[in-house]
Design a protein around this ligand. Structure first.
Ligand SMILES: N[C@@H](Cc1ccccc1)C(=O)O
Length: 544
């Protein structure tokens, strides 16, 4: 395969760096030799280098800079520093290439795979001053400040008044900078700068004093990894034979096509062989299941109802005859919003129903009913709030309506509970419907969903009487409760002038989905797990 633009660029940088390094060591070699015999003849080492430099400068050879650096080194330092110059590491190359270290290592590894470069991993120890060390770097070591604070001698009592005496006096003694006799501290000669102090100024590995700093916890070691990258002869040959360093173009503009400019561009190659698997676009598996459930309900003659997820407490609780002090209305169960909604005209009927049972035979809950409490908005805790609003707008029979919508409850999250989930809500209102019809509808729906065995247990909801809870049999799990249902109480229907029985249910759609898909964890439905989505069947069979 052809090299990418960046791989080529790296090669193109490595080659002159290597040439420069070679030129430098060639230039330095004779000096090394000369050095051996001459001892201190510093100028003898520098002059031939300067000659080389002149030539390089004239020919604009890239080795110019390293040679200059070598001369600097020779002028400023003693023998021993004439070692190898800068070997390019990834960090250095990244700076030259205006890239990142990680990217350079990545290009280099690809070059290495083709035998064009070599990558060596080196772990490097460097040092960093601790907070205390940093402070002393600025203001000096305590013992240095102490020794500078007096001329030749000072009574101990006086010296102890110095703010740094607590740490400093010990070190004065240890370093032998003072004599202490009869309570008098006397300087002992010149307190020369120690190796620890030079290391403090410049904490690099070559400083012998660095060990002292480590012991005193003024510096700490940091280990880092660097990648030394060099070009192989094969890589050099490639560069010499010429590299096309034009940037690859990934998208063509219509302008480039019209003007014919595209002919001069280096177009990015496109391989049709690369993608191993093509994933078709499809609906989320959960959405597919929801669509199936909707389809079943449409087939059973239901109409879909819709509504928002923010409801006032009035619609979420009060119209459903849920007392204002009902536990489900507590903070720990419901997401309350910092938002109020005006009560609808005629709300007094609901108020009266709660307090005294209004015009019905009911006695209501008694006690108080607060407008303010009913106005407060919540994230709907169930979709039953929609059913009653739908009935208010459609008070005449027959009514068959459903909705699959998201609801919110303050649940602790675990494998079977999430604070948001979907409910499948349904109502049927007609002249003579009764509990048997309710059980029939639910049974039929579940059987269409593939649950053969359905049974009912008595339940309780403030808005239905009687109330029953459907359960389905799942192999391996046993009877699983899948929602609540019942016949709306007259306290719920009477305020809206509804004269016929209303069968109502709210089923756990997400629970159903979990069972149908064989998921162990409800949370899977709400995760963005692309692999799972990709590997699910494109369409679920309606024959469950
Ligand atoms: N709203 C109830 C379910 C339900 C709906 C309609 C009638 C009876 C019960 C729930 O969220 O659990």
């Amino acid at each position: 395969m052809e090299l990418t633009y960046n791989e080529k660029r790296l090669l193109a940088v490595l080659k002159p760096l290597k040439d420069a390094e070679e030129a430098r060591s060639k230039a330095v070699e004779p000096i090394r030799e000369t050095l051996k015999g001459i001892g201190d003849g510093r100028s003898a080492r520098i002059n031939p280098l300067k000659d080389t430099l002149k030539v390089l400068e004239e020919t604009r050879n890239i080795a110019f800079l390293p040679i200059k650096k070598a001369i600097e080194l020779l002028e400023n330092t003693t023998e021993g520093t004439l070692g190898p110059m800068h070997t390019p590491d990834a960090a250095y190359l990244a700076r030259i290439m205006d890239s990142t270290e990680e990217a350079v290592v990545q290009y280099a590894n690809l070059l290495q795979d083709r035998g064009l470069a070599i990558v060596e991993k080196k772990s490097v120890v460097t040092y960093r001053l601790t907070e205390e060390g940093e402070e002393y770097r600025k203001s000096g070591l305590p013992e240095r400040n102490l020794i500078d604070s007096f001329d030749t001698e000072i009574p101990m009592g006086e010296l102890q008044k110095h703010p740094q005496s607590r740490l400093g006096i010990g070190w004065l003694r240890k370093k032998g900078w003072v004599d202490i006799k009869d309570g008098i501290v006397t300087k002992k000669g010149e307190a020369a700068e120690g190796v620890d102090e030079s290391a403090l100024k410049n904490p690099v590995p070559s400083q012998p004093g660095i060990q002292d700093l480590l012991k005193r916890k003024l510096a700490e070691e940091i280990e880092s990894v660097s990648y030394i990258i060099s070009i192989t002869p094969k890589g050099e040959n490639l560069v010499e034979s010429g590299l096309d360093l034009r940037q690859e173009v990934m998208t063509l503009t219509s302008e480039q096509i019209r003007t014919g400019e595209w002919k001069n561009l280096r177009l990015r190659k496109y391989s049709t062989k690369t993608p191993k698997r093509v994933y078709a676009g499809k609906n989320h598996p959960y959405q597919q299941l929801i669509d199936d459930m909707r389809q079943i309900l449409f087939e059973m003659g239901f109409t879909e109802m819709n509504g928002g997820i923010v409801e006032s407490s009035f619609w979420n609780f009060d119209v459903l005859f849920q007392p204002q002090d009902h536990p489900a209305r507590e903070m720990q169960d419901t997401f309350f919003l910092d938002l109020e909604e005006e009560l609808p005209a005629g709300y007094e009927k609901i108020r009266d129903m709660h307090i005294s049972g209004g015009d019905t035979t009911s006695t209501g809950w008694g006690g108080e009913w607060k407008e303010k409490k009913a106005m407060q908005c919540v994230l709907r805790t169930h979709t039953t709030s929609l059913s009653i609003q739908y009935l208010k707008d459609h008070p005449e029979p027959p009514v068959k309506a459903f909705c699959i919508g998201r609801v919110y409850r303050r649940e602790a999250i675990d494998a079977t509970h999430t604070p948001e989930f979907e409910q499948l809500e349904g109502i049927v209102m007609d002249k003579d419907v009764n509990l048997r019809h309710l059980m029939g509808f639910l049974k039929e729906f579940y059987q269409k969903m593939g649950f053969e065995n359905v049974r009912f247990r008595p339940g309780y909801f403030p808005y239905t009487e009687p109330s029953i809870e459907p359960e389905v049999w799942v192999d391996g799990l046993g009877w699983v409760e899948l929602g609540g249902s019942g016949i709306f109480r007259e306290e719920v229907t009477a305020p809206w002038g509804i004269k016929y029985p209303v069968l109502a249910w709210g089923l756990g759609a997400s629970r159903v989905a979990m069972l149908k898909m064989g998921l162990k964890d409800l949370r899977q439905l709400y995760r963005s797990d692309v692999d799972w989505v990709r590997n699910e069947p494109i369409a679920r069979s309606r024959r469950y």
